[in-house]
Design a protein around this ligand. Structure first.
Ligand code: DAH
Length: 351
């Protein structure tokens, strides 16, 4: 068989054409075997036939055949490379991960406004040396009432419509959800020695018709200081420091006489209205009085000091109790206490 140089070109076109339309590994392999296969490849057959060519064309024929073989090998390599690239490309597209996307923000929680206020109050007292301790929410009637000088027939027991625990001891209900944090005065005194300076935060419960300023659950902070020589002026100084710390440095305070069975004398403390500054007869916060009541306080009754096992001629003390919700209402100008426990994020996320 003799093959001239131009027919090498035709063969090359035919081979490249075929290679062009081979589009997967199997087709390419079939193409390789057809053209470059060691046994029966078409180019291999041509190379084998070089020796049979007439002397005068043998060299040109051989060179042409080798050139053709090299060209096809290069084309094969190129085709394989192109396929690898295409495969990588489609993998990259399929598994694309856009690292330039901004991360998704997780919603951050925050402390409930009453918890924030409670912590701020406790921090103000901590600066004045008051340690925070806690007491039980389910309380004995003894600590909640009797030890605080509120006897069985005392009107204060009616005033606080108590939520009793339905367990009878000696035919009587003796446990309740505490109506105030005051029982911790005796609890703390019983287990420690003077000097005492503590604040006791906690939830309290009363059977109350709820309205804008009353909830059946409320949070209180009880304060107690007992030592030799504790006086009314210490109480005033402490509460004054607290009021300024929470409501601003130019706050003024006033004490009115009041009655609580566990203190003598008893007072209610008010701060000057920082909403109208005493000028608004129509002010909803102070009702035109210029003063806002914020807590009850007084000198611990000597009987309570004695009941705790201390000598009341040696030790005196002061106590105070405040509603944390009320402090929160005032500091943020919130009009209804019931917002606090409705769990409405539109309200809660404002603080
Ligand atoms: N326990 C009182 C209440 O719930 C508040 C109170 C008043 C506490 C005077 C005190 C105090 O310690 O001295 O209304």
């Amino acid at each position: 068989m003799t093959t001239s140089a131009p027919s090498f070109r035709a063969l090359k076109d035919e081979a490249l054409q075929a290679l062009h339309s081979a589009n997967d590994d199997a087709a390419i392999e079939a193409w390789r075997i057809e053209w470059l296969g060691r046994q029966d490849g078409r180019i291999t057959a041509i190379l084998r036939s070089v020796r049979e060519q007439p002397q005068e064309v043998r060299a040109t024929f051989g060179a042409g055949a080798n050139e053709l073989k090299a060209a096809l090998e290069t084309a094969l390599e190129g085709k394989r490379e192109a396929l690898r690239r295409a495969a990588l490309q489609s993998l990259a597209t399929a598994e694309a991960l856009d690292v330039t996307l901004p991360g998704r923000k997780r919603p951050l929680g925050r402390l409930h406004p009453v918890t924030q206020t409670m912590r701020d109050c406790l921090a103000a007292f901590a600066e004045m040396g008051f340690r925070t301790v806690e007491g039980p929410e389910v309380e004995w009637a003894y600590y909640n009432f009797d030890a605080a000088r509120i006897p069985e027939d005392h009107p204060a027991r009616d005033m606080w419509d108590t939520i009793w625990v339905d367990t009878f001891i000696d035919g009587q209900r003796k446990m309740l959800l505490r109506t105030h944090t005051t029982p911790n005065q005796v609890r703390v005194m019983e287990r420690s020695e003077p000097p005492i300076r503590v604040v006791v935060p906690g939830k309290c419960y009363r059977q109350e018709a709820t309205d804008a300023t009353h909830e059946w659950m409320l949070t209180q902070i009880e304060g107690l200081a007992v030592d030799e020589g504790v006086r009314m002026s210490d109480l005033k100084g402490t509460l004054y420091g607290f009021a300024r710390r929470l409501f601003g440095n130019d706050r003024r305070i006033i004490f009115h006489h009041s009655y609580f069975p566990f203190v003598e004398p008893g007072v209610e403390m008010a701060i000057d209205c920082f909403i109208c500054r005493g000028a608004g007869a129509e002010c909803r916060t102070c009702h035109g009085t210029g003063w806002i009541e914020i807590l009850g306080a007084g000198m611990v009754h000597p009987e309570i000091i004695e009941n705790a096992g201390y000598d009341s001629s040696r030790y005196t003390g002061f106590a105070f109790g405040m509603g944390v919700e009320r402090v929160a209402l005032l500091r943020w100008g919130i009009e209804d206490i019931r917002h606090f426990y409705q769990n409405d994020l539109r309200f809660l996320s404002q603080f």
